[in-house]
Design a binder for this molecule. Sequence first.
Ligand SMILES: [Zn+2]
Length: 192
Amino acid sequence: MENKTICSVCEEHIEEHEYHYNNLKTGEPVCEGCVDNSYNYPMLTSTTYLEGEVERVMYNNTLGAFVDEYFEMSEESPHNSPVESAQWVSSNAWRGYMGFDLKPSWVTLESGWATGRHDDVKWKHAFNDFIDELEEGNLYTHFPIVVVSAPTSNVFSTAIDVCVRERDVDAFWEAVGEHCGLTAEALKTSLS
Ligand SMILES: [Zn+2]
């Protein structure tokens, strides 16, 4: 009997004995090579900071799956992640970024671009400081603060969204203002 399974990414035949994976969203087959390959590219990452804990999940577009730190895959986005789904958005043939859709009841407080901590981009340090405080657990909140970072076609730049639930917006500005004096304007400037 002829095997008609074709990889939805590279369009190669997948033999019957070969391992393959089905994209969780579309159900389309993905061959082993393309599964391996999908992990070689930077993925959209949602990092949730809540009560001193850090929960990180990546979205693998090739597999239609949220992947946690233990490489467990799930079609469902974690409860405390604002990311509903993600997809590559091209601005033209050469440029683009990984965009995402927000779940209802979540808002983006600010979005922009981050780079590493370089002396020539001092205005960006407010954002780096904010992340350091979250990562180190010094900025502790009883509601989730989420940083969504996404690859762009510019390897030096990462697209950033800072998200909270709609009901936590006031609490967020109060907490960061008290903790590190971060204002809405400083966050905006540091991501521009
Ligand atoms: Zn393939």
